[in-house]
Design a protein around this ligand. Structure first.
Ligand code: ZN
Ligand code: FE
Length: 255
């Protein structure tokens, strides 16, 4: 049976996600931005929390863990590289490790850059990816603990997922990301189409995620640093892709 997903906004611009296996009843929260909002989501769905899958140590992804674990006795899975910075962890995981949520089979991709140990969770059979603050729709996370080359490699890993993979990220930043992306690729028609779609979604008060990897490849400048026209538009024709990426990221920081 396919996974069921419940997406909900929390804090200022974070997203929480529940992933539910209808067969076994298992339910994972992807990160725990805020215990009360996760509780409300559990109430609303009637699902019982069995696991928390943590992408990285930042407080806006972990501060709900303690209260949720206390109440639900759920298993907490976290990146091996950041286990010392996250309390209440039961299991640490790294590249290629299997993570099961009931009958749903996930695997871990290490996607460092935003933080040094950041991981993403991929569920190939359901074509789902939970990417934390590595990839956003039409954007990517700030490179805080890693370096641009590392972040570019992480984005390449996510870009290599099948085009019809739906990914869920940690924040609703799509509007601002589109404004920036248009400064890099003003003539990108896929980006213009995404801008229209996002304007409609936001006007209706709806989330802009999930997005698909295939659609992002066509419109997200941070996944397009190896496209010659993109390199040229930021004055880096002929440079290695990671340097083009670094320039785009730097421009976004100042945008
Ligand atoms: Zn973060
Ligand atoms: Fe975050």
């Amino acid at each position: 049976m396919p996974a069921q997903i419940y997406l909900f906004p929390c804090l200022t611009d974070n997203y929480g996600v529940l992933v539910h296996d209808p067969q076994s009843g298992a339910t994972a929260a992807i990160d725990a931005p805020e215990a009360a909002t996760v509780e409300a989501a559990l109430q609303k769905t009637g699902w019982k929390l069995s696991d928390i899958l943590v992408t990285h140590h930042h407080a806006d992804h972990t501060q709900g863990i303690a209260a949720l674990k206390q109440k639900h006795r759920c298993r907490v899975v976290a990146p091996r590289g950041e286990a010392q910075r996250i309390a209440n962890v039961d299991e640490t995981v790294g590249e290629g490790d299997a993570v099961r949520v009931g009958g749903l089979g996930g695997t871990v991709l290490e996607t460092p850059g935003h933080t040094a140990g950041h991981i993403s969770y991929v569920f190939p059979a359901d074509k789902l990816a939970f990417v934390g603050d590595t990839l956003f729709s039409i954007g990517c996370g700030r490179v805080i603990e890693g370096n641009p080359e590392m972040m570019w490699q992480s984005l390449l890993k996510l870009r290599a997922l099948p085009d019809d993979t739906r990914f869920y990220c940690g924040h609703e930043y799509t509007d601002a990301n589109i404004r920036f992306a248009r400064s890099i690729e003003p003539d990108n028609t896929a980006l213009a189409a995404r801008a229209d779609e996002v304007a409609k979604l936001r006007a209706a008060g709806k989330p802009t995620i999930p997005a698909t990897i295939g659609a992002e490849k066509a419109a997200n400048p941070f996944l397009r640093a190896d496209v010659p026209d993109v390199a040229k538009s930021v004055g880096h024709a002929g440079s290695p892709a990671w340097k083009v990426f670094a320039e785009i990221r730097e421009r976004k920081n100042r945008f």
